[in-house]
Design a protein around this ligand. Sequence first.
Ligand code: 13P
Length: 278
Amino acid sequence: MLVTLSEILRDANERHYAVGAFNCLSLENVMGALEAAEELRSPIILQLAEVQFPEAPMELMAPLYLEAARRSSVPVCVHLDHGQSVETCVRAIRLGFTSVMFDGAALPFEENVAASGLVTRIAKAAGVDVEAELGKVGNSGVDTADVFTDVDESVRFVQQTGIDALAVAIGNLHGHYVHTPQLNIARLIEIHEANRLPLVLHGGSGTSEADFKACIRGGICKINVATAIQRGIMKRITERLAQKPDEDYISLKQVMIDASREVVADHIRLFESNRRVQ
Ligand code: 13P
């Protein structure tokens, strides 16, 4: 069933688990992810980031995500990840996404507040939820001067924008980690204690089980995963082609579905969102 972000995160926030938000770029990817969620009786978030539009155009992916969500026997939120402008968020809302992220983290604080607040007013009028980011989640392999989310700023940001979920920067990075990340769990707990709303961890791929658990205990209830799924699918395709170089297309599609299901299932278990749905 298709639900909003706040509906899917309410129970996670109360009962201390996280819902996985998986960036899915193909039919096989979506089918495998939903099979995992249904088998494990877990809520799930399907998401697409604006930087992924060239390989998976939002207008083409939206009907797939939405119909898959409606047919599913578990709660599914359809979410725009890292919307880079107000216009992109409005496009996603018009397409039927139940949640949008506006990413104004690179903007000065007041501009981020203004734009995130505008997206929230528009989204709320359409019954859609909003995630926004404060502090900067960098990219792995790139020498970024990461800025952790400031606790006092987070309180002002949440109050002034009216968002439903806040993405925090606590040492997490997008992509596959070159070095083991040093997550600032103490900062996460401070942000969680100062704000009642659900918190989001970006850059889930490559995070250790211990760090995932510490984040969930510290107040994270949505975790974004992209790179790990792509790597998992590629690994399975490579293995199959090494075994059987003339493997046919239909069989490779099934390999992709199976790989997506396995990677998503592993994360669902790690995030303890399994067995949460009847
Ligand atoms: P990873 O690619 O590190 O899993 O990050 C995903 C993400 O945060 C998408 O917003």
